[in-house]
Design a protein around this ligand. Structure first.
Ligand code: SAM
Length: 471
């Protein structure tokens, strides 16, 4: 039975409820009066239920779809302005005991070398990432209690935070590791992680069990209930996502929103971020083996509807997508992107992009400088801000600041100040020129006019060598 407040995976992600939702969406996709009513409700910027959003996803009336896109763009502008937060993934280890059919790190794949970074090697990676200008990382690791125990992950996080090379620093480490215990989540909280990220891959239990035939990840309930344990362990910023292309996207979309509704209902705070990865070719992996591939157009519609359905939740897109898709989807609602990424274990310290241990093919191969330049030319402010969790603005505190719109008073200035640091310390001359002009223009767009002189002062301090200033 469906119950969003239940702590049982099969009750808060009820298969029956999803199937009924899809049926309801099919029956109503041409009911334009209902579609208009839902769009009007979405304009209140308080979100939509999984049923309402599923009707919009099913509706293919051209005019209505146009309205959905326009609303997503507007909500994106209202809540996130033109800022895009930058991050990079850091792969610690590809040892893995799971049998995930879509992932090259699966246990049976004997054609890739296995590698786990030593603390010395992590230092090299982090220095390379700092030298690119990154301040925020998402660490990634396979699941292997012997090779990558929680102690290894914790030690690695401490190492990452400890490295201060030139003006560089990693100020926020988000963590994407397998589902674990409340006790381990507490330990992650204690070493100061930002967001705990775990993709559901698919919300369909049967499909999930088929795609994860062996290893601890086979346990659907344990995996699906992970965010509840993370919250119980004190981590109040969690990031969810599905791996699009594995199973039917309409099912996943409803499941994703039900998961968000569940977290909000039980813990009083929804997910901090939603990621929208799509399955990619990799060693031993052919995405054509999954016949649920998603067109770029439908992918963009999903992103737009996530933006409308959960306006306060950040949305993340990785370099799995091409620059063209990234450009479109950023406009429709994405707030965080990776740049200059390498998805192999030890990839950043190498001159040439290594492919051997790559988790997936990167479709956006540009350097961070090129991505920053591209974003600014398109009118966005690349932000290297990490202030929120350092100022205690996490979980429901963050959400209430978001909902009242007050968060903008911090985000906009912080974006400009961290961009300024980036331009001085790491940018190419051309990127720096574009960036300095952008900052000049954007100071006048700071919502609270009385903040503008203060921000100018801070920018001057950065010019003179001070670092890590934030509101
Ligand atoms: N091992 C952890 C787990 O199982 O949750 C997390 C780390 S894993 C490196 C991060 C994510 O990469 C997975 O959750 C999955 O969604 C994604 N991934 C795996 N294989 C992929 C592929 N072939 N293409 C795109 N993404 C993939």
């Amino acid at each position: 039975m469906y119950n969003k407040e239940s702590l049982k995976a099969t009750e808060f992600i009820s298969d029956e409820e999803i199937r009924e939702t899809l049926k309801y969406a099919d029956e109503n996709k041409d009911n334009l009066a209902l579609v208009s009513e839902i769009i009007e409700k979405a304009k209140l910027r308080k979100g939509l239920s999984h049923r309402e959003a599923s009707v919009l996803l099913a509706c293919d009336d051209k005019e209505k779809v146009k309205e959905m896109y326009a609303l997503a763009e507007q909500i994106k502008k209202d809540f996130y302005g033109n800022r895009i937060v930058m991050f990079a993934p850091l792969y610690l280890s590809n040892y893995c005991v799971n049998g995930c059919l879509y992932c090259p790190y699966h246990l049976k794949n004997k054609s890739i070398p296995r590698k786990k970074l030593t603390q010395e090697e992590i230092k090299k990676e982090v220095i390379a990432l700092q030298d690119m200008g990154h301040k925020r990382l998402a660490i990634e690791s396979g699941e292997d209690p012997v090779n990558n125990p929680i102690e290894y992950i914790l030690e690695s996080i401490k190492t990452i935070y400890s490295i201060k090379h030139k003006n560089g620093a990693i100020r926020r480490v988000n963590v994407n590791i397998a589902a674990t215990t409340v006790e381990n989540y507490k330990k992650l909280k204690d070493v100061g992680i930002g967001t705990y990220i775990l993709f559901q891959e698919t919300y369909d239990k049967k499909e999930y069990e088929y795609l994860h035939p062996t290893g601890p990840k086979h346990n659907y309930d344990y995996h699906t209930e992970a965010m509840d344990r993370a919250m119980e362990g004190g981590i109040d910023d969690v990031g969810i996502g599905v791996l699009f292309g594995l199973d039917k996207y309409r099912y996943e979309f409803a499941g994703l929103l039900m998961h968000a509704e569940h977290l909000e209902a039980v813990h009083g705070v929804g997910p901090h971020t939603i990621s929208v990865p799509r399955v990619k070719p990799a060693n031993d992996i052919d995405p054509n083996d999954f016949d649920n591939s998603l067109s770029a157009e439908m992918f963009c519609k999903i992103a737009a509807l996530i933006r409308i359905a959960v306006p306060y939740t950040g949305m993340i897109i990785s370099t799995r997508e091409t620059p063209e898709v990234r450009e479109k989807i950023i406009r429709l609602g994405v707030s965080q992107i990776s740049g200059g990424s390498r998805t192999s274990v030890g990839g950043y310290a190498e001159e040439e992009r290594p492919h051997e241990t790559e988790q997936f093919d990167v479709s956006d191969n540009r350097t961070l400088d090129e991505v920053v330049n591209w974003l600014m030319t398109a009118g966005y402010i690349p932000s290297f801000c990490t202030a929120c969790y350092r100022q205690g603005r996490t979980g429901d505190r963050f959400m209430s600041l978001c909902k009242s719109g007050q968060i903008q008073n911090c985000c906009h200035p912080n974006a400009l100040m961290t961009l300024k640091e980036y331009l001085i310390d790491y940018a190419s001359p051309e990127t720096r020129k574009i960036g300095e002009e952008l900052i000049d223009r954007e100071i006048d767009n700071i919502g609270k006019p009385e903040l503008r002189p203060k921000v100018r002062e801070e920018l001057l301090k950065i010019e003179k060598g001070t670092r890590d200033l934030y509101f």
